[in-house]
Design a protein around this ligand. Sequence first.
Ligand code: PMP
Length: 286
Amino acid sequence: MGLKIYLNGQIVPQEEAKISVFDHGLLYGDGVFEGIRAYNGKIFTLQEHLDRLYASAGAISLTIPISKAEMGEAIKNTMAANNLTNSYIRLVVTRGVGKLGLDPNKCARPQIIIITDTIELYSKALYEKGLDIVTVTTIRNHFSALDPKIKSLNYLNNILAKIESIRAGAGEALMLNKDGYVAECAGDNIFIVKDNALITPPASAGILIGITRNVVMKLAAEMGIAVKEELMTRCDLYIADECFLTGTAAEIIPVVTIDTRVIGTGKPGKITQALLKKYRDLTVHG
Ligand code: PMP
């Protein structure tokens, strides 16, 4: 059975959810998006995702034609139409249908798409075994070119990184910034544990400010674990006690090798596992 999709105020069968070839989201990657999860019928950190979506849109001078409250309602209605209580929600706002040529002012009205579906990013076995990741040569976008804070439809920087990691047989791509400091992975933020404290790159490293990252930092503080936002080099990662990635789809996934170097014991670390347990408690029980 096909999915029901929200498209510009209507919920339609997926076969009818079609976008014009003149949409600038398609032609130029001109638009913004979000990935959100719902657990047991509750949309996790909905407000934070809506805030980031509207901030991303603001940063590219795109005015979303409905309010955050209306967007939240639209998500709930789409989930209900699909009988979903546990779901991955993809929210997309494109610049809309325009003419050939970059000018966004030629686009009449942004298009809003909501897809609610299920997703499994990493297998259950990988959470037990841990992920192998590699540093890629594609550097993270410089903030003066395209700020990684903006979750835009222009994801080629990340896709080029992902292609490199796939070719290397690794589970994720570690991206450095133009100064050589650790930024983030192609689709996840990165943390290490060193001497029982968490360290993650600061916003100034040029990263997407992950919502899972923020939740994990808060959980760690509640657990009495020190959290530091510091610039790190690859060397800092190699000598870490533990390493893990965070993301809406990935939640918290342990990393056991980076560039074939074994991190810590080579198994998912104790603090990583404790955080994952707390995170799952929070998402499932609220
Ligand atoms: N960095 C990038 C580049 C991402 O695309 C994502 C989302 N997949 C993340 C980090 C994690 O962000 P969040 O926790 O908000 O999903």
